[in-house]
Design a protein around this ligand. Structure first.
Ligand SMILES: [Mg+2]
Length: 234
């Protein structure tokens, strides 16, 4: 007999859309806007970013899961030479506004809208994301019952907070009522498996499974998802 599920949760970045081009463009456009205002800034490389992140987390622990605050504080550090402080803060707020708007200029993978609409007729649907995109800013948001980001979870997947909060939304304490779908082998699949939650792996890049635990069923096209779920769980 198939396992019955009630709730399906989805990761966002790299599961509903290809995130890299979006974030890269958002970053470039925002940096350009800042430099047009104040002149050239030394943005540093990825290692600099990681060091700065660590430094900021030491000053404020919440920055580990509040990635919007992280981004703002990085802008503030990079603009530290700008006076007066009120103008610097104004630039930071405006830059973040631009970034977050551009961060939502995504292109959904083919089949996402159709599959989500179809699944929403039978299941409670939710979002579990470590990022700061907001599904309710999109038309497709109407098919989702809730969204939990790291800000609400005060933690990041694969830790359990997102998953626990999701189960709470359907007033259940039974992890087997739930299926989680995402692209990340650790954050999504391991996070779910660890709690006994069913998982499907979205793998549209032909990635190799590199975990020591059993690979879940995978899919590479959103058009296939409703059928896979039907066969496994209905
Ligand atoms: Mg992802």
């Amino acid at each position: 007999m198939n396992k019955k599920i009630e709730l399906i949760t989805f990761d966002l970045d790299d599961t509903l859309w290809d995130n890299m081009p979006t974030i890269r463009k958002a970053e470039i456009d925002t940096r350009k806007w800042i430099e047009d205002k104040v002149g050239r800034i030394e943005w540093g490389d990825f290692d600099d970013f990681l060091n700065l992140r660590e430094e900021l987390i030491k000053e404020d622990e919440s920055i580990a899961w509040d990635i919007s605050k992280l981004r703002k504080e990085i802008f503030r550090k990079k603009l530290i030479h700008i006076e007066p402080e009120s103008y610097r803060n104004e630039l930071v707020d405006k830059a973040f506004e631009i970034f977050i708007q551009k961060r939502h200029e995504v292109e959904f993978y083919d089949g996402v809208e159709e599959s989500i609409e179809q699944l929403s007729q039978k299941y409670t649907l939710g979002i579990l994301t470590n990022g700061n995109a907001d599904i309710f800013k999109f038309e497709i948001g109407k098919f989702f019952d809730f969204s939990i980001s790291s800000l609400e979870a005060k933690d990041s997947k694969p830790n359990r907070s997102h998953f626990d909060q999701a189960l709470n939304k359907i007033n259940s304490s039974n992890y087997s009522d739930m299926l989680h779908i995402g692209d990340h082998q650790i954050n999504d699949v391991f996070g779910a498996f660890n709690l006994g939650i069913e998982a499907l792996w979205f793998n549209n890049t032909n990635a190799v499974w590199s975990q020591s635990f059993k690979k879940p069923d995978e899919f590479d096209s959103w058009y296939k998802l409703p059928q896979i779920i039907k066969e496994k769980y209905e």
